[in-house]
Write a new protein. Structure first.
Length: 259
């Protein structure tokens, strides 16, 4: 594999473009693209994408941090749950042949299910939040803190196995637990939490031998200009148009992986 494969660079640019426009879609699109279109083993696709996500979201965290749109208390609570869960998940899967065909099918199935859940969260987020908001109004700040840690535990396990969920699912969970926090802070906090989560998970996959460094280099060389361009275009393309397109894409890809 060449260090700067044009097709991988183009894929990185395409995904970076969507991330810049919508703030999500990185792991949800990159991993299935690698699996379905390039025939990369699911474990290698997940491990490489996790480090790809940690690099791209570090840049996003820097921007949100400078704009003061990160609530570091929320980030800390999520990380208290997600980082130990990630380590436990890595230790658990280290006992199996992660590069074997059986592990590939299991990871592919988990990935497909996560893509479908992400698509549902994009489509039904508003009515779902409206439905559960009366119940969540009764949650005290202390209970919200505990539930945030539990959310981190769940995200840690799922993201380590599939590289998907830290974006759309994380934002949905935070909107439920912190309805009075501005949306920009919710998004910024979710992106900031994704950095330690994907970094620890990615390094764990590297330890397991499921990271392709030349592939990672190619993806990053395309995604950086894609994110810049996507961020610029986000002011000109309505989110109401992009979100349904992304959701439909995830349903199609997720269904193919599951069925």
């Amino acid at each position: 594999m060449d260090h700067f494969n044009p097709l991988f660079m183009l894929s990185g640019f395409f995904v970076g473009l969507l991330v810049g426009q919508t703030g999500m879609g990185g792991g949800s699109l990159m991993t299935p693209i690698l699996v379905l279109f390039f025939g990369i083993h699911p474990a290698t696709a997940v491990g490489t994408d996790l480090l790809y996500a940690s690099a791209t979201k570090t840049a996003g965290t820097l921007v949100h941090g400078l704009n003061k749109t990160v609530d570091w208390r929320i980030v800390g609570r999520l990380a208290v749950g997600s980082v130990p869960a990630t380590i436990v998940t890595l230790v658990a899967i280290s006992h199996y042949d992660i590069s074997g065909p059986t592990s590939g099918r299991v990871i592919g199935l988990v990935l497909g299910v996560m893509l479908l859940l992400t698509a549902l969260s994009l489509i039904f987020r508003r009515p779902f939040l409206a439905l559960v908001s009366p119940l969540l109004d009764r949650v005290s700040p202390r209970q919200a803190a505990r539930l945030t840690v539990i959310t981190g535990v769940i995200l840690g396990g799922l993201v380590t196995l599939s590289s998907v969920g830290a974006g759309a699912l994380g934002v949905t969970a935070l909107l439920m637990l912190y309805p009075r926090v501005p949306m920009a802070v919710i998004v910024g906090s979710d992106i900031a939490h994704a950095v330690p989560l994907t970094l620890v998970a990615g390094l764990g996959h590297w330890w397991l031998g499921s990271v392709d460094w030349p592939l990672l280099t190619s993806l990053l060389s395309g995604s950086i200009p894609g994110i810049v361009l996507g961020s610029y275009l986000s002011a000109h393309i309505p989110d109401a148009v992009l979100r349904p397109i992304l959701a439909v894409t995830l349903i199609v890809v997720g269904s193919r992986l599951v069925f």
